[in-house]
Design a protein. Structure first.
Length: 357
């Protein structure tokens, strides 16, 4: 009944990211107070900045390392093994795509500039206003994954006046509230109250702005999928280990047929998602039109992630509800990942639209 996963993309970057994520997760799990957790996350962010993670996909001419999608996928896969509570997909993949060619990328690569990305269709509260940049910047975006103490917001707004802006978080009229999500990642609510748009904030307009936003969403969704394949594989491993070693009524839990069936179902979900995400990654690497494959992978992630997380909690019983257990953190990560870079409804609609076209 033993099981050991294989990463979608391995190598030295994967191993380094996996070690970093494991150590960071153990440190964070030992902290109970929210402010101390946030400080710990800040230290981990400084650590990956020093290691050059944010520079990975930024061209050398713009102060980066000149890496490719495979390098990003290796980082995401390693980080996913221990549900690293940092926005790897957003900060290392999405931001460089949105801001390609912008001078700020040199500061992004070094970690000096910390950019939160808001893509079209961002969530808002029931009484919140949709983002608009018709005359001034107005509206709300909630639950935006963010690096610690963001210095800028890269904001893409669709519609007739599509625009991509890079807004300093200190701009007059911009209010920000930051908090921790259930998976210990930092998130922020942004309220833009008639913020006067400065010419130097405009990165792109019209079709170009939307092309960048869609490309950035695809990169983010793909890297999230790679990350969650690793998280799911680690969760299956840990569940099997627990069942083999936990003894009740004189015998290991692994001898109970109902639990063995649960694990078999988890394994099928894992292998299915791994194959779908690997196919999407190969398509993106080869230069194919990968949007449909990425949407299918993200759609499957939303379904499989919830199923595997629920089964893992059931198999662990009461232990599965403890914050210190790595499996608990992996479950929370899988549940939250569904809502990043388009949820199941978004990607199902996108797939249907592609079929009709």
């Amino acid at each position: 009944m033993g099981f050991e996963t294989k990463p979608v993309i391995g190598g030295e970057m994967y191993e380094m990211a996996s070690r970093f994520a494991t150590e960071a997760g153990e440190e964070l799990a030992a902290i109970a107070e929210a402010h101390a957790q946030a400080a710990c996350i800040g230290r981990h962010w400084a650590g990956i900045a020093e290691l050059g993670w944010m520079a990975t996909a930024i061209p050398e001419t713009e102060g980066g390392a000149g890496g490719d999608l495979a390098d990003l996928a290796s980082l995401a896969a390693g980080a996913g093994r221990a549900a690293l509570a940092l926005p790897v997909a957003a900060s290392c993949g999405v931001v460089p795509v949105l801001l390609a060619g912008h001078p700020i990328l040199a500061d992004v690569a070094s970690g000096k500039a910390r950019v939160a990305a808001i893509l079209p269709g961002a969530a808002r509260d029931a009484d919140g206003k949709a983002l608009s940049a018709a005359k001034a910047l107005d509206g709300d975006a909630v639950g935006v994954e963010t690096p610690p103490d963001p210095t800028h917001v890269a904001l893409a707004i669709g519609g007739d006046e599509a625009v991509l802006l890079l807004v300093p978080t200190g701009a007059a009229g911009l209010q920000t509230a930051t908090y921790l999500r259930i998976d210990w990642r930092l998130a922020a609510d942004f309220h833009f109250g008639h913020v006067a748009i400065q010419p130097e904030w405009i990165v792109a307009r019209g079709a170009q702005a939307m092309r960048r936003a869609e490309a950035a969403r695809d990169v983010g969704a793909l890297l999230t999928g790679v990350e969650c394949v690793s998280a799911m594989g680690a969760l299956v491993e840990q569940t099997i280990h627990y069942l083999l070693n936990r003894v009740q009524f004189g015998q290991p839990l692994a001898t109970y047929q109902a639990l063995r069936h649960r694990v078999a179902e988890m394994y099928v979900e894992y292998e299915t998602l791994r194959g779908i995400v690997s196919r999407a990654l190969r398509a993106a690497q080869s230069g194919e039109e990968a949007s449909q494959a990425i949407s299918f992978a993200k759609l499957r992630l939303g379904e499989a992630g919830r199923a595997v997380a629920e089964s893992a909690i059931q198999c662990h019983g009461g232990m599965g509800m403890t914050e210190e257990l790595p499996a608990n953190r992996l479950c929370k990560r899988l549940m939250m990942a569904e809502f990043e870079f388009g949820n199941r409804v978004f990607h199902a609609t996108r797939l249907l639209a592609g079929q009709e076209a």
